[in-house]
Design a protein around this ligand. Structure first.
Ligand code: HEM
Length: 222
């Protein structure tokens, strides 16, 4: 059975697949934009803590790392659920992760420190965890720029290699998170559950990726 779709006739299965893809895309945009809307609402209504800029920095950082890990999770999820539509969500999720990271860094530089460079330098010297965040951000920047179609064609195989750096950005973001929270990340004291949970997630996703690659390569040599 076929149905008319635009000018073309598509099989029912393709139509269903297209429907799923569209729904998943809408859900991705909705879920990624919702935290920004809540943050804006809380900011405008004075629902943030006594230090609203600090809370906005913390929230935007947590949303950025969550979306970054979600980007990496799309590949295994699409494999287990047999839904190619999930693979296509890596680009919007990655771009949203970068947008929240940009907001996070922008709030830090412009609102918290009003671009006072000597003070920012002092912070960087006193809080080494900021270097991990800066490293993650520096990696995310070219990844976001090259996420668009012309770059994918232009870079060819190098594009894939470049985008594997998403894992490095995620590892650096976890270390940054671990250093930012109150407590001792390594001694498991204080508010370290969050960073450890994200760390475990990233470690699992990386191990899964390496294992899949190993399986593919050994199948090729058999
Ligand atoms: C130049 C880059 C960055 C700078 C200067 C920066 C700055 C900061 C600062 C100052 C804090 C501590 C806020 C506070 O508790 O007072 C923080 C926390 C945090 N940042 Fe960043 N950051 C950067 C990049 C990133 C990136 C790329 C990510 C994620 C992809 C990220 C995720 C986080 C998270 C999850 C926290 C902890 C939030 C919490 O305490 O719950 N940061 N960052």
């Amino acid at each position: 059975m076929q149905q008319l779709f635009g000018n073309r006739r598509l099989p029912d299965a393709s139509l269903a697949q297209r429907g799923v893809r569209q729904n998943v895309r809408w859900l991705t945009h909705l879920l990624a934009l919702l935290p920004a809307a809540i943050l804006m609402w809380d900011w405008l209504n004075g629902n943030l803590s006594v230090n609203p800029v600090q809370e906005a920095i913390q929230r935007s950082g947590r949303i950025a790392i969550t979306l970054l890990v979600a980007t990496l999770a799309m590949r295994p999820l699409s494999h287990w659920l047999r839904q190619n539509a999930l693979l296509a969500q890596r680009r919007p999720l990655g771009l949203y992760a970068f947008a929240y990271a940009l907001l996070h860094v922008g709030l830090f530089l412009f609102f918290d420190y009003q671009l006072a460079l000597p003070l920012i330098y002092q912070e960087l010297v006193e809080k080494p965890y900021l270097w991990f965040g800066a490293g993650a951000f520096v990696i995310l920047l070219p990844l976001a720029i090259t996420s668009f179609r012309p770059w994918i064609h232009k870079l060819g195989k190098a594009w894939k290699r470049l985008h594997r750096w998403t894992y490095v950005a995620a590892i650096l973001a976890v270390l940054h998170y671990g250093g930012a929270v109150k407590g001792d990340f390594l001694a498991l004291r204080g508010e370290v559950l969050g960073p450890w949970a994200y760390g475990a997630g990233v470690a699992f996703l990386l191990a899964w990726r390496v294992w899949r690659r190993f399986c593919r390569e050994s199948a090729l040599h058999d």
